[in-house]
Design a protein around this ligand. Structure first.
Ligand code: NAP
Length: 262
């Protein structure tokens, strides 16, 4: 029986870049794509050991993978990253803009540097990667770009205004790019995760009251796993979604629809 996690070679012969793939959601996506036959470029910034170990594990399992350092908010670094991937694997068919950061600060206390850094990594980074990769995809006849945004591309997030502003921007970046790139055969979609158990949520995971509260307000009654986001990323990256562009897919256990009865 074919079930979640089973492999059908959906990405055989494809080359994929996953940004921020040394941990969490990006790590799970890189693993899943490699299992489906893709050659995977595992981008990282600080987690070099984890990214290199993942590349070694995927290669040992018969896959093709390479770990590459780059700060996605740096245009020169992104150009060099994409050039290295094309040099190594010959082409690029799939981009997953996954790298992201968040910092809790009340609106009246946000300092300029944390605003700038959050917008640089979470919005400028996906733009730079999308533009650089799309130029490459134009040469090879198309591809699929998946941005990992957040339910906060739409749903307010008090205490995290730069993060929500960046993810809201990523929603419109996706929609514009989907229109401009469609004639080139490039599809662009977002995944909006809800509460997924990853290092970015370390503080929440360490607080049983917050975990309990999440379980109460998520209609499916639990936090999500990175692998559950990876399944939707696989769908959007593969030919199975060949008529899908300009959409956001929520992977959130229904939290975006949460409402209390009167
Ligand atoms: P995570 O484990 O903290 O992963 C974030 C990754 O981003 C890290 O591997 C980090 O790499 C990378 N990164 C940060 N700045 C970077 C930069 N300048 N250049 C390259 N890579 C950079 O958390 P996660 O939950 O998997 O987050 C992945 C994405 O999902 C983020 O965009 C996040 O906003 C989104 N998301 C997560 C949730 C959730 O509940 N977990 C919900 C909604 C959306 P290094 O460690 O190597 O620096």
């Amino acid at each position: 029986m074919v079930g979640p996690g089973s492999s059908l070679g959906d990405l055989d012969g494809k080359v994929a870049l996953v940004t921020g793939a040394g941990s969490g959601i990006g790590y799970a996506i890189a693993e899943r794509f490699a299992r489906e036959g893709a050659a995977v470029a595992i981008n990282y910034l600080d987690r070099g050991d984890e990214a290199q170990a993942l590349a070694r594990d995927l290669a040992a399992a018969g896959g093709k993978a390479t770990a590459l350092e780059a700060d996605v908010s740096d245009a020169v670094a992104v150009t060099s990253l994409v050039a290295k991937i094309v040099e190594r694997f010959g082409r690029l068919d799939v981009l997953v803009n996954n790298a992201g950061i968040e910092k809790s600060q009340p609106l009246l206390e946000i300092d300029e540097s944390s605003w700038d850094r959050t917008l640089a990594v979470n919005l400028k980074g996906p733009f730079l990667c999308l533009q650089t990769v799309a130029r490459q995809m134009k040469e090879s006849g198309g591809g699929s770009i998946v941005n990992i945004s957040s339910i906060h591309e739409d749903f307010p997030f008090p205490g995290y205004t730069p993060y929500a502003a960046a993810k809201g921007g990523l929603r419109m970046l996706m929609r514009n790019a989907a229109l401009e790139l469609a004639p080139l055969g490039i599809r662009v979609n977002n995944i909006a995760p809800g509460a997924i158990a990853t290092p970015i949520n370390a503080a929440t995971l360490a607080d049983p009251r917050k975990v309990q509260r999440l379980q109460e307000i998520v209609p499916l009654g639990r936090m999500g796993k990175p692998e559950q986001v990876a399944e939707v990323a696989l769908f959007l990256a593969s030919r199975r979604s060949s008529y899908v562009t300009g959409s956001t897919y929520y992977v959130d256990g229904g939290i975006i629809r949460y409402a209390e009865p009167l």
